[in-house]
Design a protein around this ligand. Sequence first.
Ligand SMILES: *Cc1c(COP(=O)(O)O)cnc(C)c1O
Length: 564
Amino acid sequence: MHPCLYARDEAVNAVTPEFARRFATVKARYFSRDPRLWPVFQDPGFARLNAFRSLHLPPEARLAAWPDGAARMADLTENMPVPAEMRDPAQPLEELLFAAALSKDWENPSCVENVITMSADPAIYGAQMGVLANPNLVYSEYAGVAEDLEKKVVRQIARLAGYDPQRATGIFTQGGTFCNLYGYLLGLRKSLPEAKHKGLGHYQDYRFVNSQGGHYSNITNLSLLGVDIENKTIRIKVGDNNDIDLADLERTLTACFALKHVVPTIMLTMGTTDTFGVDWVKPVCELRDRLCERFEIPVKPHIHVDAAIGWSMIFFLEYDFERNPLGINEATLAGIRRNTERFAQLRYADSFTVDFQKWGYVPYTSSLVMIKNADDLRAMENDPENFSYFERDIQGQTHLQSTIECSRGASGLFGAYAALNYMGVEGYQITLAHSLQNANYFRFRLGQLANVKLVAQENQGPSVGFKLYNPEWVADPEEEFAFELARSPDEAYRQRLQRNTAFHRDAFKRRGKVGLYTNWVEAIARSEYDAGGKYSYIAGEKAVFMNPACSRREIDLFVAKLMG
Ligand SMILES: *Cc1c(COP(=O)(O)O)cnc(C)c1O
C-alpha cells in the first residue's frame, strides 16, 4: 500500500466506528482531567485551573476572561521584593494560579503548534508522585527504589524497541537535546578517550557526522563540546523525504577513514521535527561495519539515532496490520506500516533519544537516552577522585560517574512510568493513530485545494507542512514548487520565491487563529542542491497533530477559512 493513500478519497480517511469507540474511551480515561478518575484534580487550585482551561478560549480572549486578569498581569510584571512576612497556607496565591492557568493551554483542541502536546492524566499523576517523593537519581542512596523504577522503564522501552533488556541501559536526562549530547559523547569517549583530559583533536584528527535534516541540537551540542563545526563536522545530504543520502554518507565515511580521521559518532534522525523524515539505520550500520573492516578501524563510530519525536512509533512494531484489531482507517494504516518498516531498524542503533514529553504525553521534562550496550557507559566514567562526595562502596553500582549532570529529578521518570503502564501499548496505539488519522485527513483536505502544495507527502508523521500560493499567479502549485526547489542564482528566481513567500506569510498573518493554531516555519522544505552542493530553505506553514483533543471539527474550520 502506498504511503500517500490518504490522497485517494474521503473513504480511506473515514474514522471507523470501532476506532471512534476506542478513542472515546482513551480520551475519557486519560485526557479529560476527570477528578472522579484522577482525584489529584480535586485540589481546589487544580480544579480552578482545569475549569478555566476547559473553556478552550482563543488566545487573545484568555486574559480578559480571567477575573482581574489585567491586574494580575500587571502584578506579574511589577518589580517587587520577596514578602517580608510569612503567609498563611490557607490563603491562596492568586498570582501563582493565574500564571499556571494562563500559561499555554495545550488542552485546547486547536493547539497544533510544533511537536508539543497536552500531557496525559496518568502522566500528570505519576509526575506529581515523583515530585512528592523527590528522589534524586544521581546516586542510589539519594534515589532509593526510584532507581529500580528507572531501570524498569528502561527495560520496557528496550523490549519495545528490540534491544536486549539485559544488555541495554538508559538514563533519564534533561530533554532530548541532552540525550543527543550523550550520543555524541559516547562516541567521543569510546574513540578518543584522551579527549577527556586533553580536549578534542589532541592526538588525532576527527570528524563528526550528522544529517542536514537533523534538529538544531545536532549542531549546538557539538559546539558545546568544543567541536570545530565548520571544519570538523560533516553534514550529510538528505533526499526528497528528508532522510539521509546513503551514497553521500558512504563517500564521506570512506574519505574520513582513508585520511585516518576518527569518526566518533554518526548522528541519524528518525522523525525530523518539521517533516518526519525517517532514516534507515540498518544500511548505515552495515556500511559502517564494512568500511571499518576495510580500513581496519579499531573503534567503530557510535551510531546515535535522534528519535526524540519518532520513537513513539515503536508502539506499533508488533501491531497486526492484517487483522487491524483497532480499526485504524486504511490511509493511516498504510502510513503507520511505512513507518514501522523503518522503526524496526531502531534496534541497530547504539543509542537513541526518547522524548516522553513530546509524543509520549508526559509533562516536562521527561527524556530518556537509551543505550544498547551498558558497557558503553564505561567509556564515559570520570575519574573516581572527582566523586569524593559519595560513599566509595556504592559508587560503582550506579551511573553516577558516567552521567553528564549531577542531580537528576525523577518527576519525568515517574510520569513516564505511569503513562506507559496505565495506557499500555493499546492506549498509546489508539492515541497515536488518532493523531495520524487527523494528520492524514488534513493532508487529504489540503490536497483538494487548488492553491496548496503539500510538502513531504510520503512522510507519515504528525507534522503536516504546506505552502499556499496566489491562484492569480500560480496555476499549478506542484509546478511552482518544483520551480522553487530548483535553486538558481538568477535574480528572477529569487524574486519569484520571495513574492510567493510574502503572499503566504501575509495570508497566514491576516487569517488569524481559526480552527487550527498553525505555525510559520522558515524551513518547511529545502531546495535541491546546486552544482556546489549548496541549498536554500523554503518557508511555509505547518500543523502538528499530536493533540488528542483535536478533531475534524477544528480541521474543517481551518480549511473552510483557507478557502475563504
Ligand atoms: C524536540 C527535538 C529535539 C530536542 O529535544 P528537547 O527535548 O526539546 O531538548 C531533538 N531532536 C528532535 C528531532 C526533536 O524534534
